[in-house]
Design a protein around this ligand. Structure first.
Ligand code: 2AM
Ligand code: CA
Length: 266
């Protein structure tokens, strides 16, 4: 597997930030038992990781724009390139000592995602993809799962929580999906969920109310692994709508149809 210089920059930034997160994750496990809990500490861990990623990326490409979850957007002098970065996707897991979180880094060129890296430092799994070059988990080439019928499939999703407005809509989608598939899973990191679709671990995935930095890297991983993605309207505007439906060519279509079904008659 030959990585381009740009992808190497992204990988180095993800590994360095991942090292910082892994160290902080160890501390979270200690703080877990205190009454106050590790809340403030986790916000610090988040900022530290974003700072590392930002420094690494801007050192290598000083003219590119940068949009991260934590800070103000930097508008680059090179108007055609922008980094989309989530330094800690799966914050709730991290806070609770659950080892399912990731650094997610994507590169946009003229509004299109051309490279992506998702790194889970707790499992040392590094997912990478660049346009036309395929998708990889560490050194292994990835391919989406080949199952063609929903009844054989394990489908990932995101579940809304306190403060989100879409509880009723999600329950309706889940009601339709769970009646058609062999299992539904919820990891809690959209970046990892999408990487799992690319790796064939999940046959499909859907979630709404996401941000561009949660999904940009995962979307190219899936595309380069031979999979398909759309927003919940069937369009290609996932980064702006913050909604994703993913799978191979059969399951993506089937899932889109199932989650869009109307309320059943009583
Ligand atoms: P985060 O962990 O970086 O917040 C969980 O369903 C997925 O939704 C995660 O990828 C999570 O990213 C993302 N997400 C986006 N906005 C969120 C929010 N306001 N609260 C919780 N999760 C959010
Ligand atoms: Ca996120």
């Amino acid at each position: 597997m030959a990585r381009s210089a740009l992808l190497n920059v992204m990988v180095q930034a993800a590994l360095k930030a991942g090292k910082s997160l892994a160290r902080d994750f160890g501390e979270v496990q200690n703080l877990q038992v205190s009454v106050k809990g590790p809340g403030d500490f986790v916000s610090q861990a988040d900022f530290r990781a974003e700072k590392i990623v930002k420094e690494e990326l801007l050192k290598a490409r000083p003219t590119y724009g940068f949009l991260g979850e934590e800070g103000e957007e930097i508008i680059g002098t090179d108007g055609s390139h922008r980094w989309l970065v989530d330094p800690l996707d799966g914050t709730t897991n991290f806070l609770h000592g659950i080892p399912q979180f990731a650094v997610s880094i994507a590169l946009e060129r003229n509004g299109e995602v051309v490279a992506g890296v998702v790194f889970n430092p707790a499992t040392d799994e590094l997912f990478t993809a660049e346009r036309g070059g395929g998708a990889f988990l560490n050194d292994r080439r990835l391919r989406v799962a080949a199952r063609k019928t929903l009844s054989d499939c394990v489908i990932g999703c995101g579940i809304p929580h306190l403060g989100k407005s879409n509880h009723g809509k999600f329950l309706l989608e889940l009601r339709h999906v769970m009646g058609e598939v062999s299992g539904v899973r919820r990891i809690g990191s959209a970046a990892l969920d999408l990487a799992y679709v690319a790796a064939g671990r999940f046959d499909g995935f859907w979630e709404t109310h996401l941000n561009a930095w949660d999904i940009a890297a995962g979307l190219i991983l899936i595309r380069e692994a031979g999979g398909f993605t759309s927003d919940t309207d069937g369009g290609t505007d996932m980064l702006s709508t913050g909604t994703v439906v993913a799978g191979n060519e059969y399951i993506q279509k089937a899932l889109l149809e199932v989650i869009g079904r109307p309320v059943p008659k009583a």
